[in-house]
Design a protein around this ligand. Structure first.
Ligand SMILES: [Ca+2]
Ligand SMILES: [Ca+2]
Length: 246
C-alpha cells in the first residue's frame, strides 16, 4: 500500500436504523443543521402499488416517505410503528425488558437523521426487491480532518410491495488529517473518489467488495463482484445483503 494511505483515517460511518448495530469504525459526525431539513413528519404507510395508483409518486418519494414515517415513529417511541416499517426489528427493541435502551436507540437514530435532506439524495437505484438512495460525494471538514462523505439509505420491498427501512447513514465517509503527510488536495480527492467508487451501484464501494485499498485485510470486506450487483444471484444486491449478514 502506498505510504500516503497510512495517513488516511478510515472511518466507516454506519449508523443506523434501530435493527442494526454500530460498526467498530463508526463515528457520529455532528453538524449544526437547522432541524429536520427534508425530513417531514407523516405517519402514512406507503405501498408501492397504492402510491402508483393514487399519487403517482416516484420511487424516491415513496421510499423517503417511509423513512420519514419511520423516523417520526422513532421520535415518538412507537415501537410497534417502527417495527412495521423496519426490514427487521432490533433485538433491543424486541425485548420488552430493554424498553429504556430501545427508546435511547430511537432517540439516537432520530437525532442522526437530522443530517439527512431529501434533496441531497439524488441517486435512486431500485428493483422489485430493494431501493437504495444516495447522495453525491461531498467534500467536508470534520473538526481537524478533511474528508469526503456520501449519504445512503437502504430499503427492502416485501412481497406485498411495502417498502421497509433497512439501514441509513447520512455521512458515510473517509477522512484524512491534513497535518500528516504531504499529499496534495488533488491526490486526496482522487483517492477518496476511488475509495467510494461503487461501479455496480449496489451500495458497497468497489474496494469493500474486492477487499482492496482501504479494505485490504478488513473483516468488513465482502469478496463480492464489484461489477455485479447480485453476486450470488439470490435477488438481493450485495450492498443490501451486507446488512442482513452484519
Ligand atoms: Ca458495489
Ligand atoms: Ca445477493
Amino acid at each position: 500500500m502506498n505510504k500516503k494511505l497510512l495517513t488516511f483515517v478510515l472511518v466507516l460511518v454506519a449508523l443506523i436504523a434501530l435493527f442494526l448495530w454500530f460498526r467498530p469504525r463508526n463515528v457520529d459526525v455532528a453538524r449544526n443543521d437547522d432541524g429536520l431539513g427534508g425530513i417531514a413528519t407523516s405517519t402514512e404507510e406507503v405501498e408501492i402499488s397504492e402510491a402508483e395508483a393514487i399519487t403517482n409518486l416516484s420511487i424516491r418519494d415513496r421510499a423517503w416517505n417511509v423513512l420519514t414515517s419511520y423516523l417520526d415513529r422513532a421520535r415518538n417511541h412507537d415501537i410497534a410503528g417502527v417495527k412495521a416499517l423496519s426490514h427487521e426489528q432490533s433485538a433491543t427493541c424486541a425485548d420488552a425488558k430493554l424498553q429504556k435502551e430501545c427508546f435511547a436507540l430511537m432517540d439516537n437514530v432520530f437525532e442522526i437523521s437530522k443530517e439527512m435532506k431529501k434533496e441531497n439524495f439524488v441517486n435512486v437505484w431500485q428493483d422489485k426487491n430493494q431501493i437504495i438512495l444516495s447522495t453525491e460525494l461531498e467534500k467536508v471538514k470534520v473538526e481537524d480532518l478533511d474528508g469526503y462523505e456520501r449519504g445512503y439509505a437502504y430499503f427492502t420491498v416485501d412481497e406485498d410491495n411495502n417498502i421497509k427501512v433497512l439501514n441509513f447513514n447520512p455521512n458515510r465517509g473517509w477522512y484524512i488529517d491534513p497535518k500528516v503527510g504531504t499529499t496534495t488536495s488533488e491526490s486526496i480527492k482522487l483517492r477518496f473518489e476511488a475509495m467510494m467508487l461503487d461501479t455496480d451501484e449496489d451500495g458497497l464501494p468497489d474496494e469493500q467488495e474486492s477487499c482492496s485499498g482501504s479494505y485490504l485485510g478488513d473483516p468488513h470486506c465482502t469478496l463480492t463482484d464489484p461489477k455485479l450487483r447480485d453476486t450470488d444471484k439470490d435477488g438481493w444486491w450485495d450492498g443490501v445483503e451486507y446488512f442482513f449478514k452484519n
